[in-house]
Design a protein around this ligand. Structure first.
Ligand code: SF4
Length: 370
């Protein structure tokens, strides 16, 4: 069963092409992070999430400096190399300066339509909603012009139900991993999450349900080495999780933007699209890229560590993600005050040599084992 998820992420292009033909829906590329897939689905599009890839960076260096993160550089590389020909339009959010500028580059270089769901930095929920109203109208009109279909309350209701189910199943998977550490390998766990970026959700939901049924029957393996919580923007490069498996380290929870921060989102409010988008963007997990004075990342992370039973935190840092880097020193300091050890591991999505990463992870766990 798990092989099926791996096969999807090893054959992303053929997977997307297959379902594009079957569904007869335009593929919409969704850039990081938090663009509600429900809007695209309800407009009759086929959303696929692009959280970066491991292509060697060659052409995109012409437009993006080498100190931009490999998420942005690699998605641009993919488009420039013609690897995203099936994508008919791109949906962006304004989570960071890099992505805001990346959209401008796309608009100048390519003919494909782009939409930006601009995330406001305001103090109150009402101010957020007021700001978002115009933005949402522009985004939905843009989507409808690509798909040729209108978003209706019924189509939004159906999309909301499918994605709510999907995230509910993912939360179940998180719960299983936490209550039975090792019941699913780290490498397999993230392959399952990643497959969801590319598959139509109803198909993904069926696969995920089947997997969860199997995992529920399995006994909890005995955990010998330390339990870890991971924090960062993206969980890739996925190959790195073979190291955790080799070292028999159990990741029991995470705070990744494309992991728990998204999986924790509740059902999209289809009755009020403005309320739905506002809630989706700002709740329930805090993020370094979304200003929300009502949510404190420090308390949130500490609570997660304590609830999950993790003995330490690994900050999985994509070089050179500014929002993530700006929050980290304070988070590390707060964890330290609570006596929770942490380590920062710097990564690039295109990296192929994981030996230094392995050495650091092992050294951190040996330190935890005391
Ligand atoms: S990794 Fe950081 S800098 Fe790169 S796109 Fe994501 S938020 Fe922006």
């Amino acid at each position: 069963m798990i092989e099926h998820f791996h096969s999807i992420i090893s054959n992303v292009s053929s997977t997307i092409s297959k379902y594009e033909t079957e569904l007869k829906k335009p593929v919409i590329g969704v850039m990081p992070a938090y663009f509600p897939m429900e809007l695209i689905d309800a407009a009759g599009g086929y959303p696929v999430q692009l959280w970066g890839n491991n292509l060697p960076i060659q052409r995109s260096d012409t437009y993006l400096q080498s100190y931009c993160c490999s998420v942005a550089r690699s998605v641009l590389e993919l488009e420039m190399k013609g690897g995203a020909n099936m994508v008919k339009a791109y949906a962006f959010t304004s989570i960071c300066d890099t992505l805001i500028n990346l959209r401008e580059i796309y608009r100048r270089l390519f003919q494909k339509p782009t939409f930006e769901l601009s995330i406001p930095s305001t103090q109150t929920e009402q101010a957020r909603r007021n700001y978002l109203k115009n933005i949402i109208d522009t985004v939905t009109k843009g989507l409808e012009s690509v798909t040729g279909k209108k978003i209706t309350q019924n189509s939004l209701k159906d999309a909301s139900a499918i994605y709510a189910r999907s995230r509910e199943l993912q939360r179940k998977l998180y719960e299983l991993r936490q209550t039975k550490p090792g019941v699913i390998k780290n490498y397999d766990f993230y392959a399952v999450l990643k497959a969801g970026f590319f598959l139509p959700r109803s198909i993904y939901n069926d696969m995920l349900e089947g997997l969860i049924r199997q995992l529920e029957k399995l006994p909890a393996p005995s955990a010998k080495r330390p339990k870890i919580l991971m924090s960062g923007m993206v969980f890739d490069p996925i190959e790195a999780y073979k190291i955790f498996d080799e070292l028999e380290i159990h990741i029991v929870d995470d705070d990744f933007a494309n992991g728990w921060r998204t999986a924790s989102k509740t059902a999209f409010n289809y009755k009020d699209i403005y309320e739905g988008v506002t809630q989706y963007l700002f709740q329930p997990a805090p993020c370094c890229c979304v200003y929300n004075p009502d949510l404190d990342r420090h308390e949130y992370l500490i609570k997660k560590v304590k609830t999950s039973g993790a003995q330490g935190v690994i900050f999985w840092y994509i070089k050179f993600c500014e929002p993530d880097a700006f929050d980290r020193p304070q988070l590390i300091g707060r964890l330290k005050k609570e006596g929770i050890p942490s380590v920062t591991i710097e990564i690039e999505l295109s990296m192929t040599n994981f030996d230094p990463v392995k050495t650091r992870i092992n050294a951190f766990c040996e330190m935890l084992e005391g």
